[in-house]
Design a protein around this ligand. Structure first.
Ligand code: HEC
Length: 228
């Protein structure tokens, strides 16, 4: 399985445990996020995401999405929903604009949390997780696809999935670039240019090695069933 996919799956399992703890005891210990693979951004809190592709380059952006995925799903998903799809407990973060305006709002909440009439509705994360983790989570959130974003491609993605799962793929390079093409059309609600959709994740791991066909098929299977 791909790293992103596996992380998501592990985070989901961890989350079930955390959700049960949360129901019993209220407060939940924040889960540390390892951000060593990301470039440092200094001590001062920035007001704009430093890990967007246009600023930091593709590799750093992708690393931020992957680290942010696990950071989000372990620390934020129990209120804001798995994969940032809100179940109604807290706002749906996918709609926060991918711009400095959205960033300032994001980082304010991330750092300080939110308390109303003496009740903590959202804990503060700034001190515990640190700035790099905050921006990685931000990068992940803004690349989430919007609802129904895969619908227009659903039929073709099912066909690609079936071909990959069959184990006899004529031209893996062509499928890879088709998946890349589809992933570029999958929209985000934040306005970020690239969406970290299952088409994107499948295109990332697909090579001419047959074992990657199975992995890509699994990613598509899970993603396509989740979107219906
Ligand atoms: C215990 C539940 C809880 C957890 C955990 C939590 N939040 Fe929140 N969050 C909330 C609630 C409730 C609000 C709405 C507060 C308000 O009314 O402004 C909120 C608001 C926000 C907002 C402002 C959204 C908007 O549209 O105004 C951001 C950004 C945010 N949270 C990010 C995060 C991130 C990132 C994490 C994880 C590091 C996280 N939250 C973890 C409950 C939570």
């Amino acid at each position: 399985m791909s790293k992103i996919f596996l992380r998501g799956a592990l985070a989901a399992v961890a989350l079930l445990g955390v959700a049960q703890m949360a129901a019993g005891h209220g407060d939940v210990t924040p889960q540390p996020v390892n951000t060593d693979a990301l470039p440092d951004v200094g001590e001062e809190w920035l007001t704009e995401n430093p890990y967007r592709e246009e600023k930091a380059g593709y590799e750093t952006w992708l690393t931020a999405v992957q680290i942010g995925s696990s950071g989000f799903n372990q620390n934020c998903a129990r209120c804001h929903g798995l994969g940032a799809v809100s179940g109604g407990l807290a706002p749906d973060l996918r709609f926060l604009e991918a711009s400095e305006y959205g960033d300032e709002w994001f980082v304010e909440r991330f750092q300080h949390g939110y308390t109303q009439d003496g009740t903590t509705k959202m804990p503060a994360f700034g001190e515990v997780l640190g700035q790099k983790a905050g921006w990685a989570i931000r990068t992940y959130i803004e690349t989430r696809p919007e609802d129904g974003a895969l619908d227009a491609h659903s039929e073709r993605l099912h066909a690609i999935r079936d071909e990959l799962a069959s184990g006899s793929v004529q031209d893996p390079a062509a499928l890879k670039s088709e998946l890349e093409g589809i992933s570029k059309e999958v929209k985000t609600a934040s306005g970020a240019p690239v969406s970290d959709s299952v088409a994107f994740e499948a295109s990332l791991i697909l090579t001419d090695k047959p074992e990657t066909w199975k992995e890509a098929a699994d990613i598509l299977t899970v993603g396509l069933s989740a979107s219906h």
